[in-house]
Design a protein around this ligand. Sequence first.
Ligand code: BES
Ligand code: ZN
Ligand code: ZN
Length: 477
Amino acid sequence: MNVELYNQPLSSIIADITIEFVTPQQWETHPHAPLLSMAKFEGKSEQICLLHEHKLIVCGLDNESSDEYRSAMTSVIKTLLDTNYTCAKLCIPKEIYFHAVIEGALLGGYKFQEYKSKPKTSSLQTLFFAYNSQYDFEHFQSILHQTLIVSKATNFVRDLVNQTPYDMTPQTMAITAEALAQTNNLECTILDVNSLESENMNAMLAVGRASVNPPRLIHLAYKPNNPKKVITLVGKGLTYDSGGLSLKAATSMVTMKMDKAGGCAVMGIIKAISELSLDIEVHAFVGAVENMIGGNAYKPDDVLVAKNGKTIEVRNTDAEGRLVLADVLGYAQEKVKADYIFDYATLTGACMVALGPYTTGVMGHNEELKRSWLQAAEASGEYCGNLPFNPHLKKLIKSDLADVCNVSSKPYGGAITAALFLDNFIDEDMKQKWIHFDIAGSAYTESAWDVHTYGGTGAGVRMTLEWLLKLQQQGNN
Ligand code: BES
Ligand code: ZN
Ligand code: ZN
């Protein structure tokens, strides 16, 4: 869908249909109030009324907020995609809500149809936004430019996550990264099994050993001249998580193609950063691995030596993401001296137990840094919740046999103990500069909510871009 901005009154723009948003206080004075009332329209949140004769679609808003506008536009777009209208027009709401409306259109209108033999086509091609004043027009253009890049990057991540495990293997993920590097002028390095062996990445290798699709480490880099900061992003890229020998139950295994969502997210984030030409150097590392069963599979009882030399007692092969991340975090810190390191992983079911299915868990040692992320998430329309560390939880992953155990001795607080496991692989000088995001709940959905339709959500992209744009602004001041 194209989105165009016009410095003209709405009435002078020719389109098939006009979109209007009204709050419960506004609709009763609407010129078509009698008709709306006949249709039992009450101006409630996401309520839609299509007045075909008047070429008008009216959508309710409980109140004026970014979240309400985002959801309302999602409802509008979903309705319009089911019609034969080809273009629609609307007035830009207040500046602070503009990005949310664009997101509602681009994210809410997303549908993954690659595996449908007869994909549904839609007539809707273009959205025209009218803004009738010279004042701040450029500013609106830059909001539009930024929001389009971020929304498209989110949909790019969704497309990757939605690929089947047959289509998206570690090798295909690496090929996708190479293609992205080509189009976006990024540096790209891929490590195959031999290189991973030379780098002593035995934990990652152990997880991938029983798969016919060998692991890959992907390193994408965006290097502007004179960067203000250097950021490292690390993503869990389990193209499939069967659980390994600690095999998942049949019903829990379904959807585990989404276990690559962290890796896909960091690819989407670096894509957006390069398109926005930020003055920030960004490195994206993905541990692309398939966790399978087989005669050569790694086992509960194995002891693995990670890249940083620490030994890990494996007691559950389904806690594989942290093993992959242990090595990728080690590699990333060795290769790049960054100002911050952030990792994204569909790491634990426990995160969903703690925060529910829509919220990303935020963990780390630096309270102020975590706060800045909670703020960025809120501003971006993503949900984040703080999961606090404490020294007692740390004791739960002690091992009698090795330096650390890959699972906790108690069944509670699993999202935090997983993060405390990762902490073993964060260098001393990076402890205050590290944040771990558990996106197990937020990365994938089987029922539509907010701007999300069935499948990958692109969790992590919008909030990270929000955080990085703020960082760039601070650097400019
Ligand atoms: N990929 C899963 C976590 C997950 C579960 C993501 C559900 C999304 C939805 C991870 O590798 C895993 O299996 N974790 C185990 C850890 C346990 C064995 C300590 C889990 O959460 O059950
Ligand atoms: Zn697992
Ligand atoms: Zn996993």
